[in-house]
Design a protein around this ligand. Structure first.
Ligand code: FES
Length: 514
């Protein structure tokens, strides 16, 4: 299974490539729904719609799970990064209860899928524990308990914490769950095809034109038409209001084997640091793996992403008897400005174009909520969650103006097509193998990477979305854009929207002697 970076996730290494049907689409066929993106949102939504009698085409630019679904740590929770006390304050009591209801419905929906399709994904129901380590956190925990119980979320104080980390207070949430996200995804993709859906891999959508009724969708594999269109690409491509209402973040995860069987927690556990750490166990093919995550930061805002892994590893070794590191990987998520995801009509497109994004660190549950909500909207014209998650809602909250400023700050970094004389390379690229940097050459800014064999890859450093300057991610060997999260390989290939195009290469020429 392929992913969008150099690090392999535990899921990748334990999942077969998707082996889908080879389908030739009749160019005259009009689909009820076309979905861009074969991650957990796109495939779950596609399956629900197909089962509801709609004809669905899913276009995946790479292969299923290539993006964040293959890099999640797959926590299935009834509580979120934005706690219920914050949701109550921003959205009111009734809406906080509705969020809790959506979470419960999503969890039950995932469980039903596992049972119905008999998915071998190690699905397990477990309690979750959130613990405080100082007085301020304990006070916050009290507020979280009160608000969660007010939203009918099952939780209570616990004397017990299933990891050996010092704590003050512990809140226990019942009815949480874990699973192997990639195996779950592949099984749903198969079910989607078996239900008559069309899943095209390596199908990159390059344009969507809204017609009087429906959409004309252009891709590298040809043109298709549909009544409805859904962007399930984690963030929509192009330029949209949502790029100013979501901020990209990167999170780190490590999977290890522990020395003592008893040290594997039989639960999901979270501290309250900022950013917080999270711990859980996953059984795969009879083997136990301990997974820990954290060290989150805004995309492109950490100079040394390798150091994030080192800090996370040091943290794990402090509290757990590590025998062997098995996998380490990172992935990107989008934080919404007001704390809730955006699911529904794409801003600026009130008709039949939809989007789901801004899940924060709760993508497994919110992807199921998105599938349920979008399916109800498309098949029945409405959903009880439509207003709550409306991407067109206006909530001017702290942080919003910063997002806009960050984008505006860097527009000046536009660079044009560059030619780099080869004899300048040595001078500019005083780099060790494996190193990368952005350099200035004759008023232009270039993104340079030297591979392990000493070959230099030179690119224009202006992101092809709206021209912010990309930053090097040494751990994943990618160029990441700090503004809206577009990501590119060191060769410049576009890996992650909202950009639609590759970074342009810089031509390296031998200077002519006259
Ligand atoms: Fe928007 Fe790069 S992602 S400018």
């Amino acid at each position: 299974m392929k992913r969008d970076g150099a690090c392999n996730s535990l899921w990748q290494d334990t999942t077969q490539n998707f082996n889908g049907k080879k389908i030739v689409v009749n160019p005259n066929q009009v689909f009820d729904v076309i979905i861009a993106g074969g991650g957990i949102t796109g495939i779950t939504t596609g399956l629900l719609l197909q089962k509801a009698g709609k004809s669905v085409l899913i276009a995946e630019a790479q292969s299923p799970g290539f993006g964040t679904t293959g890099g999640t740590t797959a926590h299935l929770n009834t509580f979120f990064d934005t706690p219920y006390n914050t949701i109550q304050k921003k959205f009111g009591d009734d809406n906080a209860k509705l969020v809790a209801k959506a979470a419960r419905q999503a969890l039950e929906f995932i469980k039903r899928n596992v049972e119905e399709y008999q998915i071998d994904c190690g699905y397990q129901q477990l309690p979750g524990y959130l613990f405080s380590q100082d007085e301020k956190q304990s006070k916050e925990l009290e507020d979280i308990l009160k608000a969660s119980q007010g939203c009918n979320v099952e939780c209570s104080w616990s004397e017990h914490l299933p990891v050996f980390i010092p704590f003050r207070k512990v809140l226990q949430f019942d009815g949480q769950a874990t699973f192997h996200p990639a195996r779950y995804l592949m099984a749903l993709a198969k079910a989607f095809e078996n239900a008559g859906g069309v899943l095209l891999e390596n199908c990159r959508i390059t344009d969507v034109e809204e017609l009087e009724s429906g959409n004309k969708v252009t891709s590298n594999l040809g043109s298709f038409t549909s009544q409805n269109f859904i962007y399930a690409t984690h963030i929509p491509p192009g330029v949209n209001l949502l790029h100013f209402r979501c901020a990209p973040y990167r999170s780190y995860a490590i999977a290890v084997k522990l020395d003592q069987q008893a040290a594997y927690p039989d639960a999901l556990v979270y501290d309250m640091c900022d950013p917080y750490h999270y711990y859980r166990t996953q059984e795969i093919d009879g083997e136990l793996y301990f997974i820990a995550g954290g060290e989150d930061h805004k995309t492109g805002h950490e100079e040394n992403t390798e150091a994030c892994f080192r800090r996370l590893e040091a943290h794990i070794r402090k509290f757990f008897p590590v025998k062997e590191i098995v996998n380490r990987w990172s992935s990107q998520y989008f934080e919404p400005t007001d704390g809730l995801p955006y699911i529904g009509h794409l801003p600026g497109h009130p008709g039949n174009m939809y989007v789901a994004t801004g899940y924060g660190g709760n993508g497994m549950i919110y992807s199921a909520v998105a599938a349920i909500t979008l399916t109800d909207m498309i098949t029945g014209g409405e959903s009880e969650y439509e207003e709550l998650f409306d991407p067109n809602r206006i909530k001017m909250v702290a942080g919003f103006s910063n997002f806009v400023k960050e984008a505006a700050d860097v527009v000046g970094h536009l660079v044009g097509r560059a030619i780099l004389p080869s004899d300048k390379l040595g001078e500019l690229a005083d780099m060790a193998p494996g190193e990368a940097k952005v350099v200035k050459y004759e008023g232009q800014r270039l993104a340079l990477y030297k591979n392990e064999n000493g070959k230099i890859f030179a690119l224009n450093s202006a992101c092809t979305h709206i021209k912010c300057e990309v930053a090097w991610n040494s751990a994943e060997k990618t160029w990441d854009c700090p503004c809206h999260g577009s990501r590119f390989s060191y060769k410049g290939e576009m890996l992650t929207a909202p950009a639609r195009k590759d970074l342009s290469p810089v031509e390296i020429r031998k200077e002519e002697k006259v």
